[in-house]
Design a binder for this molecule. Structure first.
Ligand code: ASP
Ligand code: MG
Length: 467
């Protein structure tokens, strides 16, 4: 099989992790053509972003402290992971070149006194640039040939939207296919640093946080992989957050559309555009645990086999959000009200997670992250209060509970089962949404009611018995 195996940051945090990855890849590549895609070492992207914040706040000395932490962490991992002295020496000298470039970049940004989105991408790309070298060296160290490649080196060409770029697939396909097939023909395992590519001018771009998932599917689609595996520290997509529901189960099979819904909510967060490159080619994906290879994880396909078509497949939750109820008599029958509200929020970079409007049109209710709440209320008041909006009512600390499963479509009685269960628990519901795809039924409760609601619904739909 032709496989793309992607390791997330939490699977790359210790010497043992890296050695485990190397061993698993050596084993897999005996019978398969394997391309590895990796995230940065756990926590490193956060460190790099913190450095840019510190520079912005002119705290150069703290920024230097964080950089040394990043550098030392990689040096330590390199010396402890790689046993063969010549390989270790070679790795350390390659890492040293990256460290020098990183330090020069930081000096440059400090000198300029501003952090542009382009320099942010350049800076945050270092996490993967370093981790791919560690992993590739670890594979070499146990006797399997491997080379590390950045997104740019493997051939991922993107637009120039820094921080949120998209691949230019036609060019990318040609280049990636050529690079990887050349390596395959020499029996070499490519280890590609995820998250990044380069635009047509050669400037480094990133796909946004969590973007290594997307790198994996882009590459998988270019080389027509048979399967893409996203390796993380959980066994797969689950029927509920196992921290809340003790008997939550790993889902054996879900469809792409269900996985997209689950990815936004569940314990395993997946970059939202990850599935795009797979849809047209129908490449199946598996979500598996890096440290538990005996478990097959969750298979994501276009159409799961019929034994896995339960009505509801999972009850997920997103906690710590704010709800804003926007009211005003002049909203009624006035075209463009919603457009104004959402444009105002969008201009301030606020992401709206949930929206509902009742047919009387006298109010629109939205949910945003708690961390965006102040800003959202502020811009709405500044720009629209007294004009189209008469009143804003805010509720802090609410949770979104979502039931996901494509079997809900056209099934009578799901909503009554859901709200009957919630009523029995004496929980108040302050907002409800369901798209006409009927794939996701979501509602809002007080944060403190989350666990009670999730457990009760997990029981009602007998999700512990799902497989
Ligand atoms: N390292 C990047 C991040 O932390 C990309 C990824 O891990 O997927 O967001
Ligand atoms: Mg991730």
């Amino acid at each position: 099989m032709r496989l793309v195996v992607k390791y997330g940051g939490p699977s790359i945090s210790s010497v043992k992790d890296i050695q485990t990855i190397a061993k698993n890849i050596r084993l897999l590549s005996k019978k398969n053509e394997v391309t590895v895609v990796c995230s940065a070492v756990h926590g490193i992207t956060d460190d790099l972003l913190e450095i840019s914040d510190l520079i912005r706040n002119e705290d150069k000395s703290k920024a230097e402290q964080v950089v040394s932490k990043v550098i030392n962490k990689h040096k330590q991992l390199a010396t402890k992971t790689i046993k063969k002295p010549n390989l270790q020496k070679k790795l350390l000298s390659k890492l040293d070149q990256d460290f020098s470039e990183l330090l020069a970049l930081i000096d440059g940004i400090v000198l300029l006194g501003e952090v542009t989105s382009r320099s942010m991408d350049y800076l945050s790309s270092f996490g993967e640039r370093l981790s791919m070298k560690l992993i590739s060296a670890a594979i070499n160290d146990i006797g399997k040939k491997s080379v590390p490649l950045t997104g740019k080196e493997v051939g991922i060409v993107t637009d120039s939207v820094f921080g949120e770029s998209k691949p230019l697939m036609d060019t990318t396909r040609l280049r990636v296919l050529k690079t990887i097939e050349t390596l395959f023909s020499k029996n070499i395992v490519p280890v590609v640093g995820g998250f990044t590519g380069a635009d047509q001018h050669g400037h480094i771009t990133t796909f946004g946080r969590g973007g290594s998932d997307y790198s994996a599917t882009i590459i998988g689609s270019c080389i027509k992989a048979d399967e893409i595996w996203l390796m993380s520290n959980v066994d797969g997509l689950m029927t509920a957050d196992p921290k809340i529901v003790k008997n939550a189960k790993v889902l054996k099979e879900v469809s792409f559309v269900e996985a997209i819904e689950m990815a936004l909510f569940g314990a395993k967060q997946i970059h939202p555009r990850t599935f795009e490159p797979l849809l047209s080619q129908k490449i199946p994906m598996k979500i598996r645990n890096s440290f538990n290879m005996d478990n097959q994880g969750t298979l994501v396909t276009i159409s799961p086999s019929s034994s896995f078509k339960n009505t509801v497949k999972c009850v997920s939750n997103v906690q710590h959000n704010g709800l804003i109820d926007i009211r005003g008599g002049s909203m009624i029958g006035t075209p463009g009200t919603a457009a104004k509200i959402f444009a105002t929020l969008a201009n301030s970079g606020i992401n709206v997670m949930m929206i509902s409007q009742n047919p009387s049109e006298s109010s629109i209710t939205i949910v945003v992250k708690n961390s965006d709440l102040d800003k959202a209320v502020n811009v709405l008041e500044m720009d629209l209060l007294g004009k189209i909006i008469k009143k804003l009512e805010v509720t802090t600390d609410v949770a979104i509970i979502a039931l996901i499963g494509s079997g809900m479509r056209g099934t009578v009685g799901v909503a009554s089962k859901v709200f009957g269960t919630i009523e029995k628990k004496g929980i108040n519901v302050s907002m409800i949404t369901q798209g006409s795809s009927e794939l996701n039924l979501a509602f809002v409760v007080k944060n403190s009611d989350t666990n009670k609601a999730v457990k009760a619904l997990h029981d009602t739909f007998q999700l512990a018995k799902i497989n």
